[in-house]
Design a protein around this ligand. Structure first.
Ligand SMILES: Cc1ncc(COP(=O)(O)O)c(C=O)c1O
Length: 375
């Protein structure tokens, strides 16, 4: 086996191979054509105490489906964290609505009720709270703000499968929650996503929108929509991985705890937080260098590259990216409006958290960090 250290990647066993083989052999005719999609959706919804689940080709399409189902449209504003993956924001643009960036908290790296409230206008229709790197924001506080202004509260739980907030699982917050099963996620189908909702009308609407605007089995199309149908083969892999979720989350936490332990004597650094009301499933280990180290994200990543080891940037502030230049204004995005996001991102990186990583490999990464920090 190669000793290469990977940033991210799954843990696939013979169990998954067996289930996928069954899907390849039997999952094509009659009721079997969507057997694994239905099994996966059903059990995934039940695990999250949600009434309904819809599998999609990826998380971005799950979020798009939800925004479309909620009739978010041109002229509307939707608030997202300044630091997140583009997948949180792009679907707002697909709907021709406006993306509004809220600053993150310096400790838990998620948006806060205060940063959200500061961005609300009479055009705001929804807030998308992101469970960043497996941690979760002040869900009750953000929900209270959404209730106060009568706007939708949406949870992007792409990075938080297996996390919980006050014993309520990530995926149970707001009008709808979305997950990603990208190759780099804790549970993977290569590409894949899931939408969870409780409202039956919203579920039926999203289901209709997912399949070209037609009722199942009908060829009579009443609306031009998207084609976001899942594949039974990918669902079989997702279903098998889901059966092993506890084991996958345990390994992620083991990786995170190893980094924590091996770096416990280094001061002025912060790894993923876990406030006492959170269970953090630690999808990806992130590290923020304290001011005293005077190390920027770029310098830290270059150091790892020079040592032939991988690292990744903490999410860039979205408003700093060329793709979003038209969204930045005096009151939206930018360093002045969202100083914490710009500051944290500039001195933070992601460490290798692939499910294949070994203790020796974590030691090698930590050793590089020690040299970098003169520890
Ligand atoms: C917070 C967040 N939202 C959305 C996405 C988009 O997921 P996908 O690549 O499955 O569309 C990701 C994926 O990395 C993510 O981390």
């Amino acid at each position: 086996m190669s000793n290469e250290i990977y940033m991210a990647g799954p843990w696939i066993t013979e169990f998954e191979e067996k289930i996928v083989l069954d899907a390849v052999r039997t999952g094509w005719y009659g009721k079997n054509a969507y057997k694994y999609v239905e099994l996966f959706e059903h059990e995934f919804a039940a695990y999250h105490n949600r009434a309904y689940a819809l599998m999609t080709p990826n998380c971005t399409s799950a979020l798009h489906l939800l925004l479309k189902g909620l009739d978010i449209r041109e002229g509307d504003e939707v608030i997202v964290p300044e630091c997140t993956w583009i997948g949180t924001a792009a679907p707002i643009h697909y709907q021709r609505a406006n993306i509004v960036f809220a600053d993150i908290d310096p400790i838990h790296w998620c948006i806060t009720p205060e940063t959200v409230e500061a961005r609300i206008t009479n055009k705001t229709k929804a807030v998308i709270a992101v469970d960043l790197y497996g941690n979760m924001p002040d869900m009750e506080g953000i929900k209270a703000v959404c209730d106060k202004y009568k706007i939708y509260f949406i949870e992007d739980a792409a990075e938080a499968l297996g996390s919980s907030y006050k014993n309520v699982r990530a995926g149970k917050f707001g009008i709808g929650s979305v997950f990603s099963f990208h190759r780099t996620k804790t549970l993977t189908t290569g590409e894949g996503g899931m939408l969870l909702v409780d409202d039956e009308n919203l579920y039926q609407r999203c289901k209709f929108l997912r399949d070209h605007g037609r009722q199942p089995g009908s060829y009579y199309v009443t609306e031009i929509t998207n084609k976001y149908m899942p594949s039974n083969l990918l669902a079989s892999l997702g279903y098998a991985q889901f059966k092993r979720l506890d084991e996958l989350v345990e390994k992620k936490r083991w990786i995170w705890h190893n980094y924590q332990q091996m770096l416990s004597d280094v001061d002025d650094i912060a790894l993923n937080p876990e406030p006492d009301y959170i269970f953090n499933s630690a999808w990806c280990v992130a590290l923020v260098f304290g001011e005293k180290h005077k190390i920027s994200q770029e310098q830290a990543m270059k150091f790892f590259t020079d040592h032939n080891q991988p690292s990744r940037p903490f999410f860039y502030p979205l408003s700093s990216l060329p793709a979003f230049k038209n969204f930045v204004s005096e009151s939206n995005g930018g360093r002045l409006n969202n100083p914490i996001s710009y500051d944290i991102s500039n001195r933070a990186i992601n460490l290798p958290t692939a499910l294949s990583i070994t203790q020796e490999q974590i030691e090698q990464i930590v050793q590089t960090l020690r040299v970098m920090l003169h520890y």
